[in-house]
Structures are given as C-alpha cells and as structure tokens.
Design a protein around this ligand. Structure first.
Ligand SMILES: [Zn+2]
Length: 506
C-alpha cells in the first residue's frame, strides 16, 4: 500500500476543525511535497518529522512523498500535525498497519529525537473531535489532563514516536491520562479583606450586577487595586459553554494550569502599563496567541494606572471592547478570538500620584486634565460606572476586624440582580443592563416617569450632563433597582446612579 490517511485537528481561532492528513508514496526521486495551505511551521514539520522518524529507528521511505492536509481551503497553523504526518507516512510506506487508528484523532509536535511535545489548543481540538463524532484521541503526554476534560472522549497519551509505533504495530498500551484534578476551592482574594471604602464597594457591586465597565479614580492607597482584584469573586460562576470557551482560550495561549480542569471562575487579567498593543489584543506568527483582552473573555480586564498605557495600546482595545471579539489580520486569512470582557481601569488623579490635597502635589489643573484626558477617547466613553474614591482615613484602615461583607454575600445579591435583568430582557438578546442601548431605555415601556428623572433632565438642559451620560445614569439606575429588588428604578435609584459618575459632565 502506498497511500494512508490519518485524522488530526486544526484550529481556526479558538474553534477546532478535523483535518485529514493524507500520505501518498510514489516511485521517483526522493522528495517531500506538502500541500493544503501549510504555513511555514508546516514546512519545518517536514524536517522535524524526517529526523524524528529516523531517530526512532524507523526506515525513511526513499520515494516521492506527497502529503496533503484536507480541507485544503482551511488555513493551518502550528505544529500539532507532526505526529499525524509521521504516522500517515509510515502507514503509506507499509511500515505500519493503520487499522488500529481508524477514527482516531492524533495530535502532537515531534522533537528531532522523536519525543512527542505538547501543543497549544489541545482542549478545543479534542472538543472538535468529539463534535465530529470521533471519540478516541491520542495526545502528547503533557496535554493528557487537559484533553481528558472533554467528556465522552477516550484519551490516550504518548511521550515518543517510538511508543506510538509500538502501539500501532504490536498493541503496546499507550499512557493513561491522570485522574481528574480535585475541585479547587474559591480562588482569588475576598471582599471581606477590604476595610472601609463604602463607595468603592458599592460601585464594584453595581458594576458586577449590571455588567458595567468600571473606572476607579483616586489617590494611591485608596484601595483601587484591592477592589478591582475582587470583582471576579462577586461575579457568577461561568456556565458550561462559557467555561469551555474560556478554558479553550487559555489552552490556545498555552496557559492552562496543570492538572486539567475547566476554568469555572471568571478570569482576571491585569496587564502591566508597559504592555504592547500585541500583548493586549493578541498576535504572533503561526498559531496566533490570544491577548489579555481575550484571556479576560467572560471575566475582567484590569488596567491599573490606565493613563500610563501607551496610546497605541489603548487604541487597540477600542475594537474588541466594542465588538466583543478580536480580529487579527494574518497573512493567510484572519484569526478571530472572543473578547467579551468587563473593563476595570484605575487611575491616579494626577501624574505625580500624590494624595489629593497633598501639599506636595504641584500638578497644574491643566496637567491633571491632560493626564486623565489620555483615557477619554478610546475607553472612558464606554464606561458606565466612574467613581472617585476618597483617601482612606487611618481609622478606616484600622477597622480590619469589623471588615465588610464577604464576597459570597455580595455575590448572592449580584446573582439575584442578574437574574432579574435576564428575565426582563429575555428574548432581546441582552443578558445584562450594560448591553441595553440607551435609546431603548428612553422609550416605553422602559422610559422612567418624569418625576424620577427631574434632576437628570435639569442637568441635561443646563449642559452639565451629556445625552450619553444621561443614558448611563438611567442604565445604572436599573441595575441598582435590580440589586435592591425593585421592579423599576425610583428617584432614589437615579440619584445614587448619578453619584456613581465621576463629575457630572461625562
Ligand atoms: Zn500631582
């Protein structure tokens, strides 16, 4: 036999697609031709596969070898095809009987010495195999735990091409994946550890309940970072679909924790302000790496000292925040990653970062405006909740025993508020209040009675509140009503929402 076919999976974005690796061996000058839109990594695969085959003690067929990866129209990136190519080639040359590999998906990169190396994105690849009705997969041993997360799939692992050959030829058993990792307790810091800061806590709770983006301004030491880090702890756990999406993104990034389990907690990403645009939105050659905004998908993207981020980096976030996904231009077809994230940014009120009212701050009002102005275009326009936290007084800091409510208590209120919003917007496609367009809230039946919006309209007329700011306040008022268990917002809710804006003019 001079033809063989083996199954593998390629990734387009974070979605796997089954790929058939065909090998055809014909008489003629020894050569290897790969077709089916391979990228540079696949050309390198040719050299890796040859070395791995020879160094595993197998005979390299000195014939004209044609390798074809189907479907040809699908762009293929990365090194996960190596092992399948080697097996198909040995099958085609008659060295291996491929019957044991019927309907088995094979994933893995080969080292020159024949070791099988882990690859990124195994979880979405195995998920794709399962979707295609293929329930047996062979993966690199370092990816076994991750692969075993997908239910209904029989996972076996390999460490070397030699072992793979032994399995196909003689039935030598492959490696069993480790047992499921024990469930881990709630991770991350707890709100109970935050003393004082009532305004900040309320802003955090409203942001969590309504899915609103959040901006925290205030002097160093006001607790901005402490609060932001605790937002995931009061957000609802991810449901099955979301958990799979989030875990798949971390798999593609090669950032899954060892042990293998679905990520159930909303992720938290806090890139440093020196981060490049590429590290925020993703990129790189070969299989593109998701950036921080995608790793924060269904979770929280925290930009500490936000005005210090580069202009290009902040600009790059505009499109993902607007569309909930990142489109990366590639030489061959684009790659798209989901990026529906909740943005939290923190900023000092001025470049020198001295406490407010501090005698040492000599920043001119102009300098202060310019500093925060760096945020206005791309980001601040999208942020509903904007509060300025007061400096913590020493007395508040000392109250560590009489600390605030725990994350679990707040999370229960957030969950109830989200249920109320989901019920209200059922059928409209919006899950949280932050997604509801402003005009919708100004029309019946959602329009608030005039007596409840008198102050707001007054500010609108006097020009101290923009039309967009008006919509934001009303949107937050709905979230506050949801949190407090009211059917509709009252004047008090509107008033509190107004307080959750920094200044009035935004
Ligand atoms: Zn200053």
């Amino acid at each position: 036999m001079s033809y063989a076919k083996v199954l593998c999976v390629g990734l387009v974005g974070v979605t796997g697609h089954v790929v058939e690796v065909e090998a055809d061996l014909a008489p003629g000058l020894p050569a290897v031709v790969i077709s089916g839109l391979p990228d540079t990594a696949l050309h390198e695969a040719r050299d890796r596969v040859r070395a791995a085959v020879v160094n595993s003690g197998q005979r390299w067929p000195n014939r004209r070898i044609t390798l074809n990866l189907l479907p040809a129209t699908m762009p293929k990136f990365g090194s996960a095809f190596d092992l399948a190519i080697a097996v198909a080639l040995l099958g085609g040359s008659g060295e291996l009987p491929l019957l044991p590999l019927e309907r088995v998906v094979i994933l893995g990169e080969l080292g020159l010495d024949g070791t099988v190396r882990p690859v990124r994105g195994v979880l979405p690849m195995v998920a794709a195999a399962a979707r295609a009705g293929l329930h047996r997969v062979v993966v690199p041993v370092d990816n076994a735990a991750e692969a075993a997360v997908i239910p209904g799939v029989r996972v076996r692992a390999v460490d070397t091409l030699h072992r793979m050959v032994g399995f196909v030829r003689d039935g030598t058993p492959l490696i069993e994946p480790p047992g499921a990792a024990p469930a881990i307790g709630p991770d991350g810091p707890d709100l109970a550890e935050v003393a004082g800061q009532a305004l900040g806590r309320r802003a955090l709770e409203v942001a969590a309940a309504g899915g609103h983006h959040l901006a925290l301004f205030g002097p160093p030491g006001a607790g901005k970072t402490m609060l932001a880090e605790r937002l995931p702890s009061i957000l609802p756990e991810l449901d099955d679909d979301a958990a799979l999406e989030v875990t798949a993104l971390h798999s593609v990034a090669g950032l899954l924790p060892a042990g293998g389990r679905l990520l159930r907690r909303p992720p938290f990403q806090a890139p440093h302000h020196t981060a490049t645009a590429a590290s925020l939105v993703g990129g790189g050659s070969g299989l593109a790496r998701p950036g921080a905004v995608s790793l924060a998908h269904r979770g929280v993207l925290f930009l500490d000292e936000a005005p210090e981020f580069g202009k290009r980096a902040l600009e790059a976030l505009r499109q993902p925040l607007e569309h909930g996904r990142v489109q990366l231009a590639r030489s061959r077809g684009g790659t798209e990653y989901p990026a529906r994230t909740q943005l939290v940014l923190a900023a000092n009120p001025c470049p020198c970062a001295k406490p407010a009212g501090d005698a040492y701050c000599e920043c001119a009002p102009q300098a202060r405006r310019r500093y925060l102005g760096r945020l206005s275009g791309p980001l601040l326009d999208r942020i509903d909740v904007q509060v300025t936290l007061p400096p913590l007084r020493a007395a508040e800091l000392m109250e560590t025993d009489a600390s605030g409510e725990s994350s679990a208590t707040v999370a229960a209120r957030v969950a109830a508020a989200r249920r109320a919003a989901t019920d209200r917007w059922a059928g409209s496609g919006w899950r949280v209040n932050a997604e509801v367009p402003g005009p919708r809230l100004r029309q019946p039946p959602w329009r608030l009675p005039e007596r409840d919006t008198r102050e707001l309209r007054g500010r609108l007329d006097s020009g101290s509140l923009s039309a967009r700011g008006f919509d934001r306040v009303v949107r937050m008022a709905w979230t506050i009503a949801d949190l407090d268990g009211r059917e509709r917002p009252h004047a008090d809710d509107v008033r509190e929402a107004l307080q959750l804006r920094m200044g009035d003019g935004a």
